[in-house]
Structure formats: structure tokens, C-alpha cells
Write a protein that binds this ligand. Structure first.
Ligand SMILES: [Zn+2]
Length: 486
């Protein structure tokens, strides 16, 4: 790595002392890199800044659905924090949101043949019921199981679909949307999707339903679904539903938050990103308050240490991820003239789980350079690489644009249990893991922004399609980009 003009070199005492021993002298720039990385990691682990920010975010704002006042307040909190830390070029970037949606209260009770309250929750971006309704229940079973319902059974009913998954694989999301459309066309009043969460927890998501789902779609606790299905095997059952969701009258506005640490060659950049919107059953602590807190703290630490990289490090906080990666899609659209200048985008949206390295999203060509750049993270166990690819977060918008796009790789742990449920709360997040995430994101930003070699080049549209085919992501791409050219 070369010396950077104008960079402020802060040498600690031990480095000065170590130069007096008999080891052969090492190049200044190598020593400087080692020293700066040590300081970045040390600050990350000891300042507690990510944890403090996450506590403020979760306690004062909490859940923050795209397009809501809470989402606005979050964007403002992030911008204020970036400005206070002295980041350059800190600003909002606005874009149009296809529709605005509000959670209403959602209640369900079994009224016949016995009376019980049911644990349910609404999916996002689906309509409510026209006031309280009493409807029969029908059991569609699991897709592919071969069960059929007559049109009479579906019309006017709440239909249970046992699609026990909260994943976003193309087959899953595509099937869920297709079934929902068929149920709506057949005149169903509502659709229950059996939750795969433990302990009567329900799940939410808008994936496939944004900008407007075809009917009220409700997650039902698997224990309650099991009761309904047992009763239905013996006879009829009736539920009372009252789902008070509502849509705004037209399209809405949302904002991404952007700030820079300018490099000496400022026009080329590395993006560190996280989405700040969440579901509001809880506080969006792990998804993705943790990612926001770590990217923000990484920015503050790099700034506080007066790091002056070769290329600009840009910190982007997206809104609208939970609907259709709206914020990152808008970013790619608004910055299309400069996508060639993005050397890499590194996204974190896997929660404060133990960091392991980077996911390359199928880009084998990125492997060699990335491996070298992650070397300083070996002692933290965070220098691993995975060729896996997914569309699970905002990196998808950059994969589609051909930009080298990474997702922070973590140990899955209990992520899926908390994901989009009532228990995604602050006290479950370990501050030490937030510190480690901060360290890893900051070092990655530092390394990528000082590397002479690009990790890989931007792919052409044809090469992107090849990559999506190879990684199995093409069906999901077709679902999410129905108007894209083949
Ligand atoms: Zn997320």
C-alpha cells in the first residue's frame, strides 16, 4: 500500500519502541497500515458506540416501517449523527415509494365450534378486512400436497396455507404470491400462512406483496393453525377477523442517508451499507438496527482517527429494503452515471451474529483480491469467503447492476428465530458482537478503499444474467424485475 499524501500518521509508543530492536525495518506504509488497523479495531471494541446508538434507536424510535413517521425520524437521527461526527457530504437522497401502508390492529378469534383467541399477525402491504367479518375456514394444506378445494369452499372463506417457511427463495416467494393471487381471484376473504416460528410467534414480510397484496394475508401461529386444522378435519369452523391495515391515497416519499470520507482519489469509492427500515412488531434491533449501528460507528471511528483513504468511503443507509429493496434500487438509478466508479459495495444485514467474512454472491473473480484484503481480519476469524449468492438484502440491487457486491458473512445462530417477530429487541444483542461487527466493517472499508487493485470489474448486463443463472437467482430476478430485458 502506498503512502497517502496529506494523511495524518499517528504512531503509538510501542511502534516507535519496536523500531529499536534488531528485526529488519519494514516499509513505512506497511507499518502505518498495521497501526491504523489496530487503532480501528481497538476503538471499535472499546468505545461501545454501536451499542449506544442502537439503544437510542430502539428505545426512542423502535420499529420503523418504510414510509412511516418513525422511518423519517430514523433518517433524521442518522443524518444528525453523521454530521455531528464531521462526516463529509452528509445528506438525504429522496425517492418515490410506490405505495404507503400502515399496520392496523389485527385480531382473530375462533367463534365456532369453540371460542378461542388466535395468535395472528398481518403480512405487510396487504389490505385489511372491511371491518370485523365472520367467515368459514378452509384448509388448503401444503402447496404440492395435492389437496384441492372447491370454489365454494374458497369463496368467502379464510384459507389456511401451510407454507411453513419465512425464506425468500424464488420458489417460496413466487409460490406464496401465486397462491395469494389465486385465492383472491377465487373470492377468499383472507389467507392464513402458517408461521414457522416457535412458541406461538408469528412472522411478517411484504416480500412479493409490495406495492399492494391481493387480499388480507395473515401469519398464524403454528399451534393455532394446528387447532384449526384438527377441527376442520372433523367439521366446520368459523373465525372472526378484524384487520385494520390501510394504504395511503397515492405514492409516498422515502429517503436514503448518504455521507462520505473523501479519498485522495475521491471520484472512485467503496460503499458500506445497511438498511434502516424495519418491521414494527418489535424494535428492529437485529434486522437491521445492528447493521445501521455498526456502519454508522465504523464511519465515526474512521473519521475520528482521521483516516484519509486513497478512494472515498461512502456510507449509505437505505430505507425501503423490506418491501422490494426500494432504497438501494433508487440509489442505483439515481447514481447510474457513476456505477463504474464503485469499486465494491459491502452490505451488512445479517444481524449482530458472529462475523465470519464476506459473501461474494457467486463472483469467483473477486476471490483472490478479496482474500488478500481480508487478511488483517484473520485473528478475529472474519477473513472467510463464501461463494453463496442471495437476494436477501440491498446487495441485490448492485448485483443486478454488475457492481462487485458483498454481504457480510455471519454465523446464522438464532437469527431466524427473531427475524421479523415480536422478539427482535435490543437486550438480545451482545455489545461485544456489535463491537466486532464495527471493527470488521471499518477494516473492510479501510482495506478496500486503500487497495490499488480493484477486487473485480463491473459486469455487463449479459454477464449479470449469466451470473444469476449460475447462482440460481434468475427466477427471483424475473419476479422482482418483471420489466427487465432478458
Ligand atoms: Zn434486513
Amino acid at each position: 500500500m502506498r503512502h497517502l499524501s496529506g494523511a495524518i500518521v499517528v504512531l503509538a509508543v510501542w511502534v516507535a519502541a519496536s523500531s529499536t530492536n534488531s528485526a529488519p525495518p519494514r516499509p513505512d506504509d506497511e507499518r502505518k497500515t498495521e497501526e491504523e488497523i489496530a487503532r480501528i479495531v481497538g476503538y471499535s471494541m472499546t468505545r461501545g458506540g454501536a451499542s449506544a446508538f442502537l439503544e437510542t434507536l430502539t428505545d426512542t424510535i423502535g420499529g420503523r416501517i418504510t414510509g412511516s413517521p418513525e422511518s423519517q425520524a430514523t433518517a433524521e437521527l442518522i443524518l444528525k449523527s453523521l454530521k455531528e461526527a464531521g462526516l463529509e457530504n452528509a445528506h438525504f437522497e429522496e425517492y418515490e415509494l410506490g405505495s404507503v401502508w400502515r399496520y392496523g390492529r389485527a385480531t382473530a378469534e375462533l367463534v365456532s365450534p369453540v371460542h378461542r383467541s388466535l395468535y395472528i399477525g398481518s403480512y405487510g402491504w396487504v389490505p385489511g378486512t372491511p371491518g370485523p367479518i365472520e367467515v368459514p375456514v378452509a384448509d388448503f394444506g401444503a402447496p404440492g400436497e395435492g389437496r384441492t378445494l372447491t370454489p365454494e369452499q374458497v369463496r368467502g372463506a379464510a384459507v389456511i396455507v401451510d407454507q411453513q417457511s419465512s425464506g425468500v427463495s424464488s420458489t417460496y416467494a413466487g409460490a406464496r404470491l401465486m397462491i395469494a393471487k389465486q385465492m383472491a381471484q377465487a373470492g377468499a376473504e383472507a389467507m392464513f400462512i402458517v408461521s414457522d416460528k416457535p412458541d406461538r410467534m408469528v412472522y411478517t414480510s411484504a416480500f412479493g406483496f409490495y406495492p399492494r397484496g391481493p387480499l388480507p394475508i395473515l401469519s398464524i401461529a403454528k399451534e393455532d393453525a394446528a387447532l384449526l386444522r384438527r377441527l376442520l378435519a372433523k367439521g366446520a369452523a368459523k373465525v372472526r377477523l378484524n384487520i385494520e391495515n390501510s394504504f395511503g391515497s397515492g405514492p409516498g416519499r422515502e429517503r436514503n442517508v448518504v455521507a462520505d470520507i473523501k479519498g485522495s482519489e475521491a471520484h472512485e469509492m467503496v460503499l458500506l451499507t445497511a438498511h434502516f427500515d424495519s418491521w414494527d412488531a418489535a424494535q428492529g434491533a437485529n434486522d437491521n438496527g445492528a447493521g445501521v449501528a455498526t456502519v454508522l460507528e465504523a464511519a465515526r471511528i474512521l473519521k475520528a482517527l482521521q483516516i484519509r483513504p486513497k478512494y472515498t468511503i461512502r456510507f449509505v443507509f437505505f430505507s425501503g429494503e423490506e418491501q422490494l429493496a426500494n432504497g438501494s434500487r433508487a440509489y442505483v438509478e439515481q447514481h447510474k452515471a457513476e456505477l463504474d466508479n464503485i469499486r465494491a459495495m459491502i452490505n451488512t444485514d445479517s444481524g449482530a451474529q458472529e462475523p465470519l467474512g464476506l459473501q461474494l454472491n457467486g463472483r469467483q473473480d473477486l476471490e483472490a483480491t478479496t482474500k488478500k484484503l481480508l487478511k488483517p481480519l484473520a485473528s478475529l476469524g472474519a477473513n472467510g469467503l463464501s461463494l453463496d449468492a442471495d437476494f436477501d438484502s440491498d446487495h441485490e440491487s448492485f448485483i443486478v447492476a454488475g457492481v462487485p457486491a458483498y454481504e457480510l458473512l455471519v454465523k446464522r445462530g438464532d437469527y431466524d428465530v427473531r427475524h421479523h417477530t415480536i422478539v427482535d429487541t435490543f437486550e438480545k444483542i451482545r455489545p461485544s458482537l456489535l463491537g466486532m461487527h464495527t471493527a470488521v466493517m471499518a477494516v473492510i472499508g479501510y482495506q478496500f478503499a486503500n487497495a490499488n487493485d480493484r477486487p473485480g470489474r463491473r459486469l455487463s448486463h449479459t454477464e449479470v444474467i449469466e451470473l444469476l443463472k449460475k447462482t440460481g437467482l434468475e427466477p427471483l430476478y424475473r419476479l422482482e424485475y418483471p420489466d427487465a430485458k432478458p
